[in-house]
Design a protein. Structure first.
Length: 585
């Protein structure tokens, strides 16, 4: 995709709704992005606080300087005006008005302000010769009653108030009104004098300084951004290299190493990482070689044992065929020899199968297979064994009649192993086999109502040669590798073999397989935890299995029919199985 196409895709209508998600994802994934943003945020906060403090201090200083200046000017103007009034002997209205005009001009000249207003103080005797009040248009509206009250109550004092004066362009400018009093010649009385000062020039100077500060802060942030990005990139790049190298190392590329330059802390990190990788590679190579030796040893021993085992079996079969001619103890010994020879052969077959999985040389011979029929055959073959243990078998197939591409020999072995485990640990209680399917997967579960297992025991149930109770002997000839091989068979099909167990409530093994090799998003159609997990005791008894007719095998996988099989012919006992049957089990 070109940059233009990418930009067009980025700025499609509604693109802004996705931007917060992208930023959140970038924040989580990128240490460099987080470092730059956090540093810039803290730097901006610091610059903002410092700039606000400096701006406030400068504004306060400028205002205080201007205020001191205007107070001095106002005081000088008031003193000059009072001297003029004190030196005059005007006694009529016209001369007093001329005197007040001359006084105002003197105040304007000394104070440097043209905004002058004076008012005859109230609470005085009316006078016909007293000059009338003079109010400047820009002062009359801003002189507050509070200021006048303070001037009236404190003769000889000077008071000021911050106001907003009208500017020439129709707006407002900051300013100050200074109030004092004047004593006019006898007959005129006392007057309040107010002088207005415009601080627009000082405000403009302060605004210019603030603008310069803002521009400087922006330039400083831009410079900080570049510096932080370069420094963080210089520090983060080796960390990214470590992360990428670690991923490649974890993926199996044991020869990957970090480049080491210089003698600083990053170079020490690279050297330490490379040393760790060297040690890990050597250890893994050693373990791999040891594993190959172990696998070869198990395979070779298993193959080598088949020859003497075949001879022993032939001799044992001859003796077993003539056991009726031997005395009782000898006949029993021959039967035990025959049984243990069969078990030995099964153990060798399981060891060879495990060695094939360890070596990665297992190939599946898949074909369309109906797991309901396969489960029914497995139940029928183990019916007599279950009957001998007092367990009752039940096959429930509400929707499992859809075929799946599997290796039937291996799946049959899984089902037999699960059934054998359930019969062994089911405590003579019913065992329920359920088969169901959906669009992508088919599942088979085996539920028993035996003793169950704890969480720690459930975590080790697929370990080779492991038993929950070591003191408990196997009574149906298991090798201790059945569940381990079953798990390998399930994984080889791209499926899973899950376990649920609770002490006193029994155990559930669930096999989930994709119906086809290219099936995606496989979801098991059977729940792992049974619906009766909290119920007391097993379901009603009755040894039954599924008997399928062609008419019941519908395309949607529904309609299993169960019938009593108490009159079913007994299956061969484990000791009478052929080597091929024993290997499948």
């Amino acid at each position: 995709m070109t940059a233009a196409a990418e930009a067009r895709g980025r700025f499609q209508p509604g693109w802004w709704r996705e931007e917060p998600r992208r930023l959140v994802a970038l924040w989580r994934r990128s240490l460099q992005f987080r470092t730059v943003i956090i540093t810039l945020a803290l730097s901006s906060l610091a610059i903002l606080v410092i700039g606000a403090y400096i701006s406030f201090s400068v504004a306060s200083n400028i205002f205080q300087q201007q205020l001191d200046r205007v107070l001095d000017a106002s005081n000088n103007a008031t003193v000059a005006a009072q001297r003029i009034l004190d030196s005059s002997d005007a006694a009529d209205r016209a001369s007093l008005q001329s005197l007040m005009s001359s006084t105002v001009r003197t105040v304007q000249s000394v104070s440097g302000s043209a905004a002058i207003a004076y008012f005859r103080a109230p609470d005085q005797e009316p006078s016909g010769i007293a000059p009338p009040d003079r109010g400047a248009p820009d002062l009359s509206s801003v002189i507050t009653p509070e200021l006048r009250e303070r001037v009236q109550a404190n003769p000889g004092g000077q008071f000021w108030q911050s106001v907003a004066l009208e500017s020439r362009d129709g707006g407002t400018d900051p300013g100050v009104v200074v109030g004092s009093d004047l004593e006019a010649p006898p007959g005129a009385g006392r007057y309040e004098l107010y002088i207005g000062y415009n601080f627009a020039a000082a405000q403009d100077s302060l605004a210019f300084m603030q603008l310069v500060g803002i521009v400087g802060a922006i330039a400083l942030l831009a410079l900080l951004t570049v510096i932080i990005f370069l420094v963080v990139r210089w520090v983060i790049e080796p960390i990214r290299t470590v992360a990428a190298t670690s991923r490649r190392l974890a993926a199996g590329d044991l020869g990957v190493r970090m480049p080491s330059r210089g003698e600083d802390e990053l170079a020490t990190l690279a050297a330490s990482f490379n040393g760790m990788a060297d040690s890990l590679q050597a250890r893994i190579r050693e373990l791999a070689e040891l594993s190959v030796v172990q696998q070869r040893f198990v395979s070779d021993v298993s193959h080598e044992l088949r020859t003497p085992l075949t001879t022993i079996r032939l001799a044992g079969d001859v003796l077993y065929g003539q056991r009726d001619d031997f005395p009782g103890p000898t006949s029993r010994t021959v039967e035990l020899l025959h049984t243990q020879t069969d078990r030995f052969e099964v153990l060798l077959a399981d060891l060879l199968e495990i060695s094939r999985y360890d070596a990665g040389s297992v190939e599946l011979a898949t074909e369309p297979t109906n797991l309901v029929h396969l489960a029914g055959d497995a139940i029928e073959s183990m019916n007599e064994l279950a009957r001998g243990r007092g367990s009752e078998l039940r096959l429930v197939a509400p929707g499992g009649h859809l075929d799946a591409e599997v290796d039937p020999r291996r799946i049959r072995r899984i089902v037999r192993n699960l059934l054998g485990n359930a019969i062994e640990h089911g405590e003579g209680r019913p065992i329920v086999v359920a088969v169901d399917s959906n669009a992508t997967a088919i599942a088979l579960s085996v539920r028993d109502y035996g003793l169950g297992m704890t969480q720690d025991e459930s975590a080790r149930v697929f370990d080779r040669f492991w038993r929950a109770d070591p003191s408990r002997t196997r009574t149906i000839g298991g090798t201790g590798l059945g569940l381990a091989i079953s798990l390998e068979d399930a994984v080889a099909h791209g499926g899973t073999l899950d376990l649920w167990s609770r002490p006193g409530a029994g155990t559930v093994f669930r096999l989930t397989l994709p119906r086809t090799a290219d099936a995606a998003a496989v979801v098991s159609p059977l729940p792992l935890e049974p619906d009766d997990a909290g119920a007391e005791g097993p379901p009603p008894t009755g040894m039954i299995r599924a008997v399928e007719d062609d008419a019941t095998q519908t395309g949607d996988g529904s309609g299993a029919i169960a019938s009593d099989v108490s009159d079913a012919p007994p299956a061969a006992s484990p000791s009478a199985r052929t080597p091929e049957e024993a290997r499948d089990a």
